[in-house]
Design a protein around this ligand. Structure first.
Ligand code: E4P
Length: 222
């Protein structure tokens, strides 16, 4: 499964990128609004740090405006993927943008039917929002499973991008189901690596090694 970071923070992206396992970035207007600086400059900077798909979202709500914004965003850098909300106007815009060869990430997907329409319109990625469904007491991971099952029957050139992942179990479940991509905030990404037994095991290895070295040095000096 490809791992994307769901953030517009250059500090977080730089830090995570050093680990060599970040395949792409997803941003949205809320994430960009949290950062200071020009959003386009931030997006371009992200493209310099991570050589993979970088989702940038349109804010127009009618197809014409979405297409205009999408063309502009895609022209900023070849890594930019145009993020379009899953509404009727978004489907129209997706059809146009994908026909022009621009990659679209259809976002705010909350049902298998929406995902099916996104794929039919030519979206390159479909983003089911797991955590936001959990928030309203609806099992978000089931949506990911449903979409994967549906896509397995057909030949859509559309990757399942599990989004709104809020904790490591979401990530593991998405991978277990065979989601193509999981996007997560830095806090979740960091938790993926941490395990207390790894830390305790490493501490003991190093202590044992130091003790052995000291014993060998003492023997040699006798
Ligand atoms: C994905 O593309 C979205 O930006 C993101 O995953 C939303 O996550 P949230 O529901 O935690 O805000």
């Amino acid at each position: 499964m490809k791992i994307f970071l769901d953030t517009a923070s250059l500090k977080e992206i730089r830090e995570a990128a050093t680990l060599g396992v970040v395949d792409g970035i997803t941003t949205n207007p809320s994430l960009l609004a949290k950062e200071s600086g020009d959003p386009e400059a931030i997006l371009l900077e992200i493209c310099q740090i991570v050589d993979g798909p970088i989702s940038a979202e349109v804010v127009a709500t009618e197809a014409e405006g979405m297409v205009r914004e999408g063309r502009h965003l895609a022209s900023l850098h070849e890594n930019i993927v145009v993020k379009v909300p899953c509404i009727a106007e978004g489907l129209k815009a997706t059809k146009t943008l994908s026909a022009e060869g621009k990659r679209v990430n259809m976002t705010l997907v909350f049902s298998p039917a929406q995902a099916l329409l996104a794929a039919k319109a030519g979206a390159r990625y479909v983003s089911p929002f797991v955590g936001r469904l959990d928030d309203i007491s609806t099992p978000g991971m089931e949506l990911v499973a449903d979409i994967i099952q549906i896509f397995d029957h057909y030949d859509y050139d559309c990757e399942v991008l599990a989004a709104s992942l809020r904790h490591p179990l979401h990530v593991v479940e998405a991978a277990r189901m065979g989601a193509d991509i999981g996007t997560m905030p830095m806090s979740v990404f960091t938790q993926l690596l941490k395990h207390p037994l790894t830390d305790a095991g490493l501490k003991r290895f190093l202590e044992d090694w130091e003790r052995t070295k000291a014993q060998l040095a003492a023997k040699a000096s006798r």
